[in-house]
Each structure stands twice: as structure tokens, then as C-alpha cells.
Design a protein around this ligand. Structure first.
Ligand SMILES: NC(=O)C1=CN([C@@H]2O[C@H](COP(=O)(O)OP(=O)(O)OC[C@H]3O[C@@H](n4cnc5c(N)ncnc54)[C@H](OP(=O)(O)O)[C@@H]3O)[C@@H](O)[C@H]2O)C=CC1
Ligand SMILES: CC(C)(CO)C(=O)C(=O)O
Length: 327
């Protein structure tokens, strides 16, 4: 199998470099200064165990020629970038006829739960990955992965449910590349559990440092109430933690702990958008559909959107204003 990693940032860069180091055929998809840096100097992955630099094909779009029929596409852009990335790759021709959307499998290794239905509009074969992988991408050409002793846990399964031989084959490749990669028949249950964990991302991005427990508990309690009202199954914090055990911890890299959540990193890099509408915003959407009020998640989503628009750097949003909004 050949892997095309669409969005070789923190998560995609870690997965791509580790698969490449394990001997797999990997192409990285990136854009802008990050793509330029990868083309010039390779992609450098810094981990608690040392630094590796991957040198191989990097692109920003499918080429003119057809994609090999054994290509596996792995989508690792932030959720707000999913529609454009899917559109760019769905109609790419595949060797032997047909398009990527018709023939190639697409694995969504992302947070949130809206990427899979979006992918299924354009790709017939969608697999979901629940990603526990603490990584950071702040500098072009460089990714830092703090996971230890494994770089991360990647639950793999068919969307919307079930699992097949390809899930097992991809999980085996990920395991060979150092990840903990269980195959799940109910991968979306894991992803909804992860969604609850990620409701703290926006708060962490706004305030920096550790999220105050009372604020984190408020957004999670709303999330739990909404999922219960919607009848959506999710893993519990205890089940998640037991599964990860001591396999997915983290350590400093070159003396530095991980700086902040993936949402924090979007503000820190001032990219102008964040994933918040697919995290806290997903709870707001489900709350509106099922008649459950979600004022705390709505306030966090609003504040993160404002911070991204006004390019307020991560951790710089006025805490008093936030506390007033959340109430
Ligand atoms: N970081 C983490 O520790 C974790 C992240 N996740 C999830 O993983 C997913 C990816 O997050 P993360 O790796 O942090 O994100 P990053 O921003 O680090 O990486 C995504 C990369 O994709 C690039 N990109 C976006 N759209 C395109 C496109 N159309 N073509 C080419 N490149 C593109 C981005 O470029 P640009 O910089 O220009 O936007 C960026 O370099 C998210 O859903 C996140 O929530 C899950 C667990 C942990
Ligand atoms: C939970 C965490 C921090 C790492 O897996 C994450 O999902 C994120 O930063 O988005």
C-alpha cells in the first residue's frame, strides 16, 4: 500500500514520517511555507527519543498522472479545511480507470465527527480514525511529537460502523510504525468520546496553560447532555483512559512539554481559522437539533472565532471577558 497524507502538519506529519521510516511508500501533501520547507529540507520530526528527517515526495495537489490503485488516502487537515481538501482529491484519476472518490479508501485521522459524513459525499470508501496523539506544528518543516512510549493511539474502523480487511492492514502498518492501533467496529463511539475531551481545546487556546476544571466541566456536561438527548453512544472518560493506560503518555522534547492543544496551535500560528465550529460548535448544533441549551459551548465557539478573526494570539484572550460570556 502507498500512503498519501493530506495535510502533513502535527498529526499527518507524525503519521507520515513514522510510516516512511518503517519503509512504506509515503507522499506528503502540504501547502505554503511548510510545503516549501519540506521540499527544501525534508520534514523534521522531533520526539522524546530523538529527531528524524523524512525526505520524499511532497505536493500540494494530485499530479497529472493517475494515482496507483493501491493508494490509501489519509486526511489530516483541520476540520474547517476538509471540504476543500476532499474536493481537491476526489476526482483524481486512478490507474485502471475511475476516480479516487469512487475507488480509493480515505481514512479521516481528525478530531470532530463531521469529517466522515462530509467525506462520504465524495468518497465511497470512508474509514474513521480516533486520534490520541499529542503533537505540535508551529514552524515550517518541523513537527514535534511528545507521545511516549508510543507516539499515539489511533483507533481505526469503517465509517459509519464495522471493520474490514483494510482496517486491519492499515492498523498493522501503523502498529509496525510504532503506534497503538486497535481496530474498532464502533469507531464513531470512540470519536464521540474524543469530541467530549476536545471541548476543552477552545478554552485552553483562549486562556493558555491548564484549563480551569470548572469551565472544562461545564462544556463537557453540556456535551454529555446533548449526546444523551440525541441518543448518540460515546466512550466514557474512564473507558478511554483505561484503553490508553500507560501506553500513550507524553514526555518533554528537548526539555519542552507540549505547548498547547491543536486549537491553541491555530491561534499561535495566526492561521485565521480554527476547528472550534466542529468541536464546541458540534455540540451547539446537536443541542439546537435536540432542544438542549448549550450556552457555555456557544460562548467558547464565539470567543475562539473572534480570537481567530482578530488574530489574538493563543492564551491572550481576556479571561474576565470569557468568564462573563460563559456566565
Ligand atoms: N495536534 C494534535 O496534537 C492533535 C490533533 N488532532 C486532530 O488532527 C487533525 C489535524 O490537526 P493538526 O495536525 O494539529 O493540524 P495542523 O494544522 O498541524 O496540520 C494540518 C496541515 O494541513 C495543511 N492543509 C490544510 N488544508 C490543506 C490543503 N487543502 N492542502 C494541503 N495542505 C493543507 C495545513 O496548512 P496551513 O498550516 O496552511 O493551514 C497544515 O499544515 C485535526 O482534526 C486535529 O483536531 C487530533 C489529536 C491531536
Ligand atoms: C487531546 C489532544 C490534546 C491530544 O491528542 C488533542 O486531541 C488536541 O490537541 O486536539
Amino acid at each position: 500500500m502507498r500512503y498519501v497524507i493530506i495535510g502533513a502538519g502535527a498529526v499527518g506529519g507524525t503519521i507520515g514520517v513514522r510510516l516512511g521510516e518503517a519503509g512504506h511508500d509515503v507522499t506528503l501533501v502540504a501547502r505554503g511555507a511548510h510545503l516549501d520547507a519540506i521540499r527544501r529540507r525534508g520534514l523534521t520530526l522531533r520526539t522524546p527519543e530523538g529527531t528524524a528527517t523524512w525526505r520524499g515526495p511532497a505536493t500540494d495537489a494530485p499530479g497529472e498522472g493517475p494515482l496507483p490503485a493501491d493508494t490509501v488516502l489519509v486526511l489530516t487537515v483541520k476540520s474547517q479545511d476538509t471540504p476543500a481538501a476532499l474536493a481537491a482529491w476526489a476526482d483524481a484519476p486512478v490507474a485502471g480507470g475511475g476516480t479516487a472518490g469512487e475507488r480509493l479508501p480515505l481514512f479521516t485521522a481528525q478530531n470532530g465527527v463531521a469529517n466522515e459524513p462530509a467525506a462520504l459525499r465524495l468518497f465511497a470508501r470512508v474509514h474513521a480514525v480516533c486520534v490520541w496523539l499529542p503533537a505540535t506544528h508551529l514552524e515550517p518543516g518541523v513537527v514535534v511529537a511528545n507521545g511516549y512510549p508510543h507516539p499515539g493511539m489511533l483507533h481505526v474502523g469503517r465509517y459509519p460502523d464495522g471493520s474490514d480487511a483494510l482496517d486491519h492492514a492499515v492498523a498493522a502498518d501503523l502498529t509496525g510504525a510504532g503506534f497503538v492501533a486497535p481496530v474498532r467496529d464502533d469507531v464513531m463511539r470512540w470519536k464521540y468520546g474524543k469530541l467530549l475531551a476536545n471541548l476543552g481545546n477552545g478554552l485552553q487556546a483562549l486562556l493558555g496553560g491548564d484549563v480551569p476544571a470548572d469551565l472544562r466541566d461545564r462544556v463537557r456536561a453540556e456535551g454529555q447532555a446533548v449526546l444523551a438527548a440525541a441518543g448518540i453512544a460515546h466512550t466514557s472518560t474512564e473507558e478511554e483512559a483505561a484503553e490508553r493506560g500507560d501506553r500513550v503518555g507524553h514526555r518533554p522534547v528537548d526539555g519542552q512539554e507540549r505547548s498547547g492543544s491543536s486549537t491553541w496551535q491555530s491561534l499561535a500560528r495566526s492561521v485565521g481559522s480554527t476547528e472550534v465550529d466542529h468541536l464546541n460548535g458540534e455540540i451547539v448544533l446537536l443541542g439546537r437539533l435536540h432542544g438542549v441549551p448549550t450556552p457555555a459551548n456557544a460562548a467558547v465557539a464565539y470567543a475562539v472565532r473572534r480570537a481567530a478573526r482578530e488574530r489574538i494570539r493563543a492564551g491572550g484572550f481576556p479571561p474576565a471577558e470569557l468568564a462573563k460570556m460563559i456566565g
